[in-house]
Structures are given as structure tokens and as C-alpha cells.
Design a protein around this ligand. Structure first.
Ligand code: PEP
Ligand code: MG
Length: 747
């Protein structure tokens, strides 16, 4: 048991090693030492299914990275195919044995191999061998199986290249950043890294503070210049991302924080790192994936400030003819601005998610992007790449035939884009005349323009958390009035659904830390707001004041699970209205509705109908709570699916209840932009959908291409099925049959 504990620690320590090769080598050495065997080796599955010797202690080290077993061959191939341990007393005598001459493994008789499995797929095989012909014991097998489980956690997501050398085709998986296909050559954006800056004593505090103020002004001017240059050449949506940078640059938290850190004795770059890192980590710890992704904006901006301070020259692509694929740990907005827009074909980020601003920008620019690939080994400036943003993968060194296939796909995509541009001002009406309203989800002021540019009929979900996150204290009523007024003014005459603060749990505010063992089930949403009614009163007053004289404002309540919460909110709203009327403001009572996110709300909807003006399904949280699956936990992310039959049954139930009670119904989770799910939702009677702006044109195209009758028939059939895969197949086949298959690669 002690040995196991020791090895578990070694695996965890190895996980800290920078390079995967080092991690694997450390683990193999440790197993070799602890088990007292003659050989311990790790084989890793290559993209083509062959098993490549990735590390060994005991076989000829020159074979590492070269010796490879074709798919299914040898005892190692058998382990991978059966997904079971294989234990053999005399390996060379076994019919499946396949001798790899360069390893000299025929000296070793006893063999035990166990699969390394992640998310259901075999990613490697861990093997121990010894000279004596003996069957390894049950304990030894159990020991290896346990280690293989640990190994699965640290091995890279990127399959290793097969033994054919570094210029062979290789596929690297990431996550979808922006749809589309980009074909070009890599350009590495190896910008400076602020996070690597050490602390140093500050020689002259006053001079450093002066220098900091000038730096802020200079970078703010640079950002403005970059914004203008891109705004002229490209879409309107691009400018919005720059506004987010300006907002951060103007934030007193950043300005004063750095001044304070300098005053406490750190030199300027150290002080900058300290403050940027502090705020970035606050964002990173947030539960909401949108807000979580904002930590990258801060890191980008920090790097930009540091680069300007160090006087390092701008890093512009050169020496490459033709289309460029920007590649980097974090490709920043400035990297994108420095690239000739006519030649920018794709973006690959080693880290980040589909919610990063790099992805938001790529969407606005219509450039394919793949995020979170992990470090791309062997990719240098000029290496040919294909960025497949539809699937979330990167092809390194594509062969001529693969390249031709992607060029064909690119051609088809361009044809589709041309068709969609014309839909901007047309209504989303099915071919049998059913009108669906399509709205945009936003969180930052900066996200307003993309919605308008894509024809949003309003804002279906405005996440008010943002002004609270970027402040040093709770924003004042005036600050909030200012922010909300801008949102409402941009959508004058169209509905804006503002959600009250959905904070709490592990979405901490810097000035209001909350620590809980089970944050998803804790003090969040309406529970937090009602317990802090002074804050809620300020927010509601600000919303009402910003909305005075118009009819845009609708108020959305998050995480509602009992009647008392709705009653308490209405009482507070009455109070706010009375106060403002007394102050002489022409306020009106806005429609109030709830997010259906907690399953308990569904059963209570009939009883609540008279207290509510509308209902919006938050399918992200509803799926999470119905399936008891954390939507942000990569270990279970594969099982999280809003097309799960239980989720669909509940949505159909909500649709029936709202129809019977006359409550207007909309849906504002990710499901609203999944084409297969949209077919189902249309069939259940949902008539309003809200999604990220870039998804609007495709969903509009889908809705304008089908009949509601067909959708209702499919919904009926989907509700008879008991597994997600069968339902997805049914709905996707229907899209293919109607010539809408092109939407599926690019949801
Ligand atoms: C949801 O839960 O579906 C939703 C839209 O809210 P959020 O993603 O902000 O939790
Ligand atoms: Mg939610």
C-alpha cells in the first residue's frame, strides 16, 4: 500500500514536469524501480492506431520514438484491442508475440500489459517484463492497473506522431473555437510572457508610478489604433472586443493596484504581474464558463503592457507566402491585428476555450479557430496546417489528398456563408408560417454589436455579473444605471431580458469571498440576492431607472426553486417602484420571469403561472441538475448532453405546462444553437430562442428551411427513444434528408 502511495505521488510529481517526454520517462523509471522488474515500457497510441514505444527502462533506449507495432499486432496490440490486461508467462512462445528486433526484448519471458484508457478510448499500453518465465501476480497486475489510471490523467491529449518522422501527417484534437476551415502555414505568436517576470526591488517609486501611468496611456492609444485599423477593414463586431480591452485598461482596480504594488516596493513589471495575475485568477476560479474565459483577456492585456514596457518590437508574420495560421499559447487580439486580414486563414490556441475572446473575435471575423490543443510539438513557422474549426481539430503536415478534401469543404462553406448573409433582416419563419424569435445572449457591453450585426431581435439573456466582476467594490447604483442604459439603448424597441446577479458558489467576487464544499448546490443566484437584499435593491433600482420611458426591460430570476423566492422578489420590486415613483421618475413595472434551471421548478410551474410573465429554460443548468453532471468538469463532460432523453422529456413537459397556462416560453442555454436540438424545440412549441450572436444566421437558415409539422413529427418520435445517440441520429438524419447537413459540422 505504501509503495502504491509512493507511486501515486511520483505520478503526480511527474505531472508537474513541463514536457510530456519527461513526465513519461519519470513514471516509467519509478515503476521499474518499485516493482523490481527488468523492463517497464509505455506504448502510446499514434493517430493511425499503431502503438509507438514512448519510453522504456530495460529495453534498448534507441528504440524509443522509433519502434512501433501496427494496429492490433503483438501482445501490446492485443491489450489495446481487448482493453484488458494480458498476462503471459513466456511471451516469445505466445502466438500473438511480435518481435521488434531493435528492442532486443526476446530476452524477457514474463509479460504483463495493461491498457491506459481515457474517456473510453485506449491511449496507451503500460508493460512490465522480466527474464524469469512466470505469471505476474494478481497484486502486480492490480498495481499496474492503478498506475495506468493515473497515467491516463497526465498523458497529453495530442496523439504522438507515428514512427514515420516529424513531417508525417498528424491530427491534434482541441475544442471548437470558430467554425470553418483554414488552410495555410503556421506563424508562431511567441509574445513575451508577463507571468514569467520575477519580483525585484523598486529603485525609485515615484518614477516607476509615473512610468506606469504613461505606459497605460500609450497602450490605451495603441489599442485604439488597432481597433480603428481592424474596424475599417473588417466587421463591426471586431471593435467590440477592443472595447473590452479599453474597459480593463480604464479599470481603477488595475491602475491603482499596480501603483500600490509599486509603492510597496516591487518594480513595475513585477507589480503588473502581481495585479494581473491576481485578477486573472479570480476570473479563472469562476463557475460560469463565459466569465471564467475572461481571465485570458487579462493575461493578453498584461502581456501587451509588458511588451510595450520592454520595448520589444511588434512580431509581424514574415517570410511566409500565402495564407497564415496564427499559432500560440494565447493568440492575442493584437497578434490578430498585426496580421494582414486578407491572409489570415485560421487560429490555433494551445489553451483557452470556445468562450475565449480570441474565439469570439475569430467568430466575428469568420476565421476558423481551434482552442485548447495543448502545446503543438514540432510546429514551427511555415509548417503546413489545416484548422478544422467545425470539428475542433488541427491537421499538421496534411498530405495532398487530405488537403484537396478540405479545400472542397472550404469551397462549400464559402457558398453557405454567401447564402446566410442575405438572411440578416429576414424573419425566422418556417416554411409553413410559424414565426420564431431569435435573440442574442450577451455579458459584456462589448458583445452588443455582434448581436445587432447578426440580426438579433433583442437580448434574450443579459448576464449582469460582468459589471460586478470588473469592479473593486459592488458597483454603485449610478455605475449600474450607466451600463444598463447603454445595453437598453443599443436595443431600443426590442426586448432585453436582464438577469439579476447570478453570483455565488465558486463565482467569487474579489471583495466578497464565499467558500463552500458544494458550490453548485449552494449560495448562488436568487438565494444570494435575497439574502443580500440591499444589493438586490440597488440592482433593481438601477435597472428600472435605466429602463424609464421604454418597454425593453424584462427581469429574469436565476436558480428559482421555491414560491417564497418569487414572492420575495415581487415585494422588493414593489418597494423599488414605490421609491422611484416618489422620487419623480416615470418608471413602469417590467415583466418578470424565471429561468427554469432547477428541476423542482418544473413541477411548480402551474402553481406559479399567475405570478410570472414568462419563462426561460436555462438548458445548461437544467441538464446539469437533471443529470447530476458538472458541466465544467472535463472528466464527465463526455456524458453531459442536452439531448439526453430525460432532459428532452422535461423540456416537452415545460412546453406543455406553459402552453396550458399561457406563459410565453423561451430557451437561452447552449441547446438553442445546436441544430438537432432546435428541430426538437420547434416541435415542442418553443417560439423564442436566445444564443451567442455568431450562431444566429445558421439557426435562422435552419428554421426557414423546414416546416413546423415536420418538426412536431420528429419531436414525437424522439420522445419515444431512450438514448441520446438514437435521438441525435434521428434528428441529424432529418437535417441531412432536408439538405441541411452542412449545418452540422459548424454548430
Ligand atoms: C443556463 O443555465 O442554461 C443559462 C443560460 O445560464 P448560465 O449559463 O449563465 O448559467
Ligand atoms: Mg444557468
Amino acid at each position: 500500500m505504501n509503495a502504491l502511495l509512493q507511486l501515486t505521488r511520483i505520478v503526480q510529481a511527474a505531472a508537474q514536469a513541463e514536457e510530456t517526454d519527461d513526465q513519461v520517462r519519470l513514471i516509467v523509471e519509478a515503476i521499474h524501480r518499485s516493482m523490481g522488474v527488468e523492463v517497464c515500457s509505455l506504448y502510446i497510441a499514434a493517430a493511425d492506431g499503431s502503438m509507438l514505444l514512448a519510453a522504456t527502462e530495460g529495453l534498448d533506449p534507441r528504440a524509443v520514438g522509433h519502434s512501433s507495432l501496427p494496429p492490433g499486432r503483438g501482445l501490446v496490440g492485443r491489450v489495446a484491442q481487448t482493453r484488458h490486461p494480458v498476462v503471459v508467462a513466456d511471451a516469445p512462445a505466445h502466438p500473438d508475440f511480435c518481435y521488434l528486433a531493435e528492442t532486443h526484448e526476446d530476452e524477457f519471458r514474463s509479460f504483463c500489459g495493461v491498457p491506459v484508457v481515457r474517456a473510453g478510448a485506449v491511449i496507451g499500453v503500460l508493460v512490465v517484463q522480466s527474464r524469469e518465465p512466470r505469471l505476474m501476480s494478481e497484486e502486480e497486475q492490480a498495481f499496474l492497473v492503478t498506475l495506468a489510471t493515473q497515467l491516463a490523467l497526465v498523458l497529453p491529449t495530442e496523439p504522438l506522431a507515428s514512427a514515420g518522422g516529424s513531417n508525417t501527417l498528424r491530427r491534434v484534437r482541441g475544442v471548437k473555437g470558430a467554425p470553418g476551415t483554414g488552410i495555410g502555414q503556421a506563424w508562431l505568436c511567441d509574445t513575451v510572457d508577463l507571468y514569467a517576470v520575477p519580483d525585484r526591488p523598486c529603485e525609485d517609486v515615484e518614477a516607476a508610478i509615473d512610468e506606469w501611468r504613461q505606459l497605460l496611456a500609450q497602450v490605451s492609444a495603441d489599442v485604439e489604433t488597432e481597433r480603428r485599423s481592424m474596424e475599417q477593414e473588417l466587421s463591426e463586431g471586431v471593435a467590440a472586443v477592443f472595447s473590452a480591452y479599453q474597459m480593463l485598461l480604464n479599470d481603477p482596480g488595475l491602475r491603482l493596484g499596480v501603483e500600490q504594488a509599486i509603492a510597496q516596493g516591487n518594480w513595475l513589471p513585477g507589480a503588473l504581474r502581481q495585479v494581473v495575475h491576481h485578477y486573472a485568477e479570480l476570473f479563472r476560479a469562476m463557475e460560469d464558463p463565459y466569465l471564467k474565459a475572461r481571465h485570458e483577456d487579462l493575461h493578453h492585456l498584461g502581456n501587451k503592457l509588458y511588451q510595450a514596457w520592454s520595448g520589444a518590437p511588434e512580431h509581424r508574420p514574415q517570410g511566409i507566402d500565402g495564407p497564415i495560421i496564427l499559432v500560440g499559447d494565447k493568440v492575442s487580439v493584437s497578434d490578430i491585428a498585426a496580421c494582414d486580414p486578407q491572409r489570415l486563414a485560421g487560429i490555433v490556441c494551445f489553451s483557452g476555450s470556445s468562450l475565449s475572446h480570441t474565439a469570439v473575435l475569430a467568430n466575428a471575423l469568420g476565421v476558423a479557430a481551434v482552442m485548447g490543443t495543448g502545446k503543438l510539438k514540432g510546429v514551427d513557422n511555415g509548417v503546413p496546417l489545416i484548422v478544422d474549426g467545425n470539428v475542433g481539430q488541427v491537421i499538421v503536415h496534411p498530405s495532398a489528398s487530405v488537403r484537396r478534401e478540405f479545400e472542397r469543404l472550404q469551397y462549400a462553406e464559402q457558398a453557405l456563408k454567401g447564402e446566410l448573409a442575405g438572411l440578416r433582416d429576414l424573419p425566422a419563419t418556417t416554411t409553413d408560417g410559424v414565426r420564431i424569435r431569435l435573440l442574442a445572449n450577451t455579458g459584456l457591453l462589448a458583445d452588443i454589436s455582434p448581436g445587432l450585426a447578426n440580426g438579433a431581435e433583442g437580448i434574450g439573456l443579459y448576464r449582469t455579473e460582468m459589471p460586478f466582476m470588473i469592479s473593486d467594490t459592488f458597483p454603485s447604483e449610478e455605475d449600474q444605471v450607466n451600463t444598463y442604459s447603454q445595453v437598453l439603448a443599443a436595443y431600443r424597441g426590442r426586448p432585453v431580458y436582464m438577469r439579476i446577479l447570478d453570483i455565488g458558489g465558486d463565482k467569487p467576487l474579489p471583495y466578497f469571498p464565499i467558500h463552500e464544499d458544494n458550490p453548485a448546490l449552494g449560495w448562488r443566484g436568487i438565494r444570494f440576492c435575497l439574502d443580500n437584499s440591499a444589493l438586490l435593491m440597488t440592482q433593481v433600482r438601477a435597472m428600472l431607472r435605466a429602463a424609464a420611458g421604454g418597454e425593453e426591460l424584462h427581469i429574469l430570476l436565476p436558480m428559482i426553486s421555491n414560491t417564497g423566492e418569487i414572492v420575495a422578489f415581487h415585494a422588493l420590486l414593489d418597494d423599488a417602484l414605490a421609491q422611484l415613483t416618489e422620487e419623480g421618475l416615470p418608471v413602469r413595472r417590467p415583466p418578470v420571469g424565471i429561468m427554469v434551471e432547477v428541476p423542482a421548478a418544473i413541477s411548480l410551474l402551474p402553481a406559479w403561472a399567475k405570478r410570472l410573465d414568462f419563462v426561460s429554460i436555462g438548458s445548461n443548468d437544467l441538464s446539469q441538475y437533471l443529470l447530476a453532471l458538472d458541466r465544467n468538469n472535463p472528466r464527465v463532460a463526455g456524458a453531459y448532453d442536452h439531448i439526453h432523453p430525460a432532459v428532452l422529456q422535461e423540456i416537452a413537459r415545460i412546453a406543455r405546462i406553459t402552453r396550458e397556462t399561457g406563459l410565453p416560453l423561451s430557451l437561452c442555454g447552449e441547446m438553442a444553437s445546436d441544430p438537432a436540438a432546435v428541430l426538437f424545440l420547434l416541435g415542442t412549441g418553443v417560439r423564442q430562442l436566445s444564443m451567442s450572436a455568431s450562431k444566429l444566421p445558421r439557426i435562422k437558415w435552419l428554421l426557414r428551411s423546414i416546416t413546423e409539422t415536420e418538426a412536431a413529427d420528429l419531436t414525437g418520435r424522439a420522445l419515444q427513444l431512450d438514448n441520446s445517440q438514437a435521438i441525435r441520429t434521428l434528428l441529424e438524419n432529418a437535417l441531412h434528408e432536408r439538405g441541411l447537413g452542412r449545418l452540422l459540422g459548424s454548430e
